[in-house]
Write a new protein. Structure first.
Length: 62
């Protein structure tokens, strides 16, 4: 199973990743993207691909 990891130092809080995620995994809190529903992540990579700051990576977990 994959999960998104957000580099909050690189995140500008633009919300593009939130809009790209069709599974409601991410939200903007205090001007930064955060994972709010990790279990819903489908590991599609849309948030990662759309982030203009390359602040999101997906890591594989067992």
């Amino acid at each position: 199973m994959s999960r998104p990891i957000i580099d909050i130092d690189e995140c500008t809080g633009c919300g593009i990743c939130v809009d790209a995620c069709t599974h409601d995994v991410l939200d903007i809190v205090q001007d930064k993207a955060i994972v709010i529903n990790e279990d819903a992540c489908a590991a599609c990579g849309d948030c990662m691909e759309e982030c203009p700051m390359a602040a999101i990576v997906e890591i594989e977990e067992e």
